[in-house]
Design a protein. Structure first.
Length: 115
């Protein structure tokens, strides 16, 4: 059932370290990602921190603690660290359509944040 839900939702296993960079198809290198995040991340392992302009490693969900790098501000996700900011920007997590959907879910009481 879970696999069926994941397939229908477009959620897939994404390689944290892409195979072209030597990343293995093993659980400790896979993360669930929606099709948009998967596509925007692509094979990237680093990006630019929009605050400093520096190249930084992306957030790694197997090594980093989510709440240390991100915070929800309503329907928008903000990066708290260089890795968080670079990841939010690269994955276009706050693109208009995603924020609009999240805002509707917030208003419906379906999407809420617990820190
Ligand atoms: Zn996503």
């Amino acid at each position: 059932m879970l696999l069926r839900i994941l397939l229908l939702s477009g959620i897939a296993g994404d390689h944290i370290i892409a195979q072209q960079h030597g990343g293995a198809t093993k659980l400790d290198n896979l993360a669930l990602a929606c099709c948009y995040c998967n596509r925007y991340k692509g094979p990237n392992v680093a990006s630019i921190d929009p605050h400093t302009g520096e190249v930084v490693a992306l957030f790694n969900p197997r090594r980093h603690i989510w709440r240390e790098h991100f915070v929800w501000q309503g329907a928008r996700l903000s990066g708290l660290t260089d890795a968080g900011r670079a990841t939010v920007q690269l994955l276009q997590i706050n693109r208009a359509d995603a924020v609009a959907v999240r805002q509707l879910l917030v208003e419906a009481g379906i999407f809420f944040v617990v820190r």
